[in-house]
Ligand binder design. Sequence first.
Ligand code: AMP
Length: 144
Amino acid sequence: MSNSVKAILDAKGRDVVTAGPNTTVSEAAVILSKKKIGAIVIVGMEDKISGIFTERDVVHAIAKAGAACLDQPVASLMTAKVYRCHEDSTVNDLMGLMTSRRFRHVPVETNGKLAGIISIGDVVKTRIAEVELEAEQIKAYIAG
Ligand code: AMP
């Protein structure tokens, strides 16, 4: 039985660090560093998701354009096709998505609006708790 995204958000909260599309790469790097996070969701009007910009995109931008990228807006470097999930998605769904698409962040959307974010760290933490619980249940079953 796999936990739901709702259960993860209930425990960790629904705050998401966002920025507008005109934020520069250098400003985005400051946000990522200060907040100790790996991704910023780029939002347009009414908090609609318009892209995602992660630490990996900073690395790609520097590799491609050098220090000149630091003044560019994230809009030109973010990933615009963002894979999202819903509160009723499961940890198993997210493990599959993150593994097959090779990314570590999935924004949560409710009624078309940003409602949280799940990182690979959240997924691993939840999966470990699930496996430990399963092991305890099997031990109790065998002992009983
Ligand atoms: P990450 O592993 O999350 O740092 O992201 C690796 C690459 O995938 C970066 O280019 C991100 O912009 C992109 N990316 C991250 N999360 C998503 C997502 N949910 N949907 C689409 N692309 C993403």
